[in-house]
Design a protein around this ligand. Structure first.
Ligand code: ZN
Length: 84
């Protein structure tokens, strides 16, 4: 199940940017439907992305996607292996 998360995480920043083709977006949407953990991660990232979009004068760091992906991966990884 979490391997599946990792696979989708790779595309989530593009998903949030609306850069994915319809088929891939649909796969991600379907995964988010069944996976509350990914959904929670995406919701919080979506807020971050929205804030960045609303502030065009703020320079959006070029590595933002990389950072989003890292944040998501971290989020999923934490869900996958809860701390002892
Ligand atoms: Zn997931």
């Amino acid at each position: 199940m979490h391997e599946d998360c990792m696979k989708h995480v790779e595309h989530i920043s593009e998903f949030l940017d609306g850069e994915l083709d319809e088929a891939t977006s649909e796969e991600i949407r379907a995964h988010l439907e069944d996976c509350p953990e990914c959904r929670a991660c995406v919701e919080s990232l979506k807020k971050t992305v929205d804030v960045m979009k609303r502030c065009p004068r703020e320079a959006v760091p070029r590595d933002v996607k990389v950072r989003l992906r890292a944040a998501l991966r971290d989020c999923v990884a934490r869900g996958a292996s809860p701390r002892p």
